[in-house]
Design a protein around this ligand. Sequence first.
Ligand SMILES: [Mn+2]
Length: 465
Amino acid sequence: MFNKETYIKRRSELKKLVKDGIILLFGNNESPVNSPANSYAPFRQDSSFLYYFGQKRDGLVGVIDVNEGTEMLVGDDIDIEDIVWFGSVDAVKDLAAQVGVSHSAPMKELKNICDKAIKSNRKIHFLPPYRADIKIQISDLLGIHPNAQKEAASLELINAIVKMRSVKTQEEIEELERAAIIGYKMHTTAMRITKPGLTEKYVAGQLEGVANSYGSMVSFPIIFSQHGEIMHGNPSMAELEAGRLVLCDCGGETMEHYCSDNTRTFPVNGKFTQRQLDVYNAVVEAHDAALALSKPGMKYADVHFEICRIIFDRMKELGLAKGNTQDAVAAGAHAMFLPHGLGHMMGMDVHDMEALGQIHVGFDAETRPNLEQFGTNCLRMGRRLEEGFVVTDEPGIYFIPALIDEWRAKKHCAEFLNFDKLDEYKDFGGIRIEDDILITADGCRFLGKDRIPYHAKDVEEYINA
Ligand SMILES: [Mn+2]
């Protein structure tokens, strides 16, 4: 964990932003796989709890009384049975002291705290829960049915946390740089070991081992698939085939749970075909254009649409698209090739703060999401960039057979697309290139010491070295 002053400062800032009431920050509990004692491992703490209370044990709740200015860590000490099986763990009051919190209490005390606050008509702030056990806990404590909790979550608390967690401090950037090193090891391992005849699952399993060996865990389930056109395709038992591309989207978390998230797409046998290169280079161009455009004050939605125009122009050159590019992008025709957004915030969550609600993280009063248009409705980040933001730059071009058929049948954007030519690409798959960028005072820079190769020539050289 960071120095306790970090957590003291963060909680003090949070109190100033929230102004009134009691804040409950729920840590996560162990999550059973197939029996109560067999849990998903390693344990993953909630990121907002981690941000303000720093402790990685299960079964903890952070309580901040904004009006009184007091802070408390609530949780039960482990008993001798637990010590026998899992070893000794610090008492809750010591865990509290380690992060500069002066009060602690057993879990049963939380009900009394909530009852008292409800009786005095005080505002109780909590975040939208995403785990069923926490929903039951909130239901027991506050009498709010799980179905009503997302609505009842505190917008003041959400906005305050988004404001704070969006801007990464120096010590957080150092953690993100460490995560980038793990990501580099994962991706270069994939490039080195991939060869025809291995299964997708074999390579993905090795990458998971890399993440576990150098840090805490993977930052999300590994995507390693020859079906790159499936956005979140799971690695299968399919054998890797010479002549095909494989898409690898993965990242690791440091022991402090800061993430990396990169994507590379490369030929299984180490050599791009000309047909693959034509599409690949368009993605490289889009990826590099985003780097040139991203800086404080720039709306990420505007960067996204600039990238869509570049991709659409290149697809026109290949005979896959036609018509006026501005009009085509306005109509959403580019989503045939790029049905997702350019990127998302990244930090302690790979899609940073996604559990708080994407509309509060990626948008604001000035920049509103367009939920009507296919593809554009998937933008996770649209608002103006600020110094200290960390976002992903992840353009892609995909050929999704079902989408080609659907749009042809509906004549959707038919004036901008050449469906006969698209049919020829139904066996192509998909390409995505993704890096994590830090917004600096006057532009942006990559996170991580070494670049994972992504220009086609560098990729081929690396694979064949
Ligand atoms: Mn990503």
